[in-house]
Design a protein around this ligand. Sequence first.
Ligand code: 48H
Length: 255
Amino acid sequence: MEEKITKAIVRNFFRKLEDSLVVDVAIVGGGPSGLIAAKELARAGRKVAVFESKLAPGGGVWGGGMLFNEIVFQENLTSILDEYSINHAPTGDGYVTADSVEVASALIYGAVHAGVPIFNTVKVEDLVMRDGKVCGVVINWNPVVRLDMHVDPLVVMSKAVLDGTGHPSELLMMASNKAGISLDTPTGTIMGEKPMWMESGESTTVVNTKRLYPGLYASGMAANNAMGGFRMGPIFGGMFLSGKKVAGLILEDIE
Ligand code: 48H
């Protein structure tokens, strides 16, 4: 029995990995915007893989507000929650609340069930760039990176790469600092996230969601950090809309 169980896991994991070495879209970060984009792109028939450095995808959803595990959405966006069969309760003043554990697990299930492999505990540590375009990601086990082990990474090639890494916008940082390229921001560099202003942050998250360089897109807080948007705390409508928007932009570009 021991041999069968081990063989089953090894075979199927490597089948999944080998099948994901060349994809249409490599999504980096399994936060809400990345997971929503993943499901949308897979539903549109694209080959997608998500790379998430933590053991549990879901990003900043799980913790709700200050570890109170509820998050808030605009009442006019409940159709997206309904799409994922997420329960929600009206606050009576234009918003709804949802259990953050239910939201995180629904988004993860939504992506995986749509056919997207999520490689958890895998950190993207670099980009592949060729002829003025981002065309892949460099991956390693996160524990290897955290333990500072001197281990060379592997590579996944893709037509598009999404930086869904949240506040630090890690991939855009790499592109800007390491490759020295000019991003499509007013300064050509990462402008830096601004302080809390919920209303502005919610709307600019969607506006800021865009292609920043050929082959390289940003969603959610990564897009806000790049474009100098305000933060918005534990309201997630903007993150959901950002994931949907970036999926549409990528689809248009890689058609
Ligand atoms: C692999 C990586 C890497 C890497 C990071 O932060 P997230 O939840 O992402 P968003 O932008 O979809 O959602 C933001 C939201 O959760 C939030 O923080 C809000 C609304 N904040 C408002 C406020 O005021 O603070 O998820 C990003 C994910 C995480 O799971 C990281 O572990 C992962 O990306 N990640 N994965 N390789 N190099 N870097």
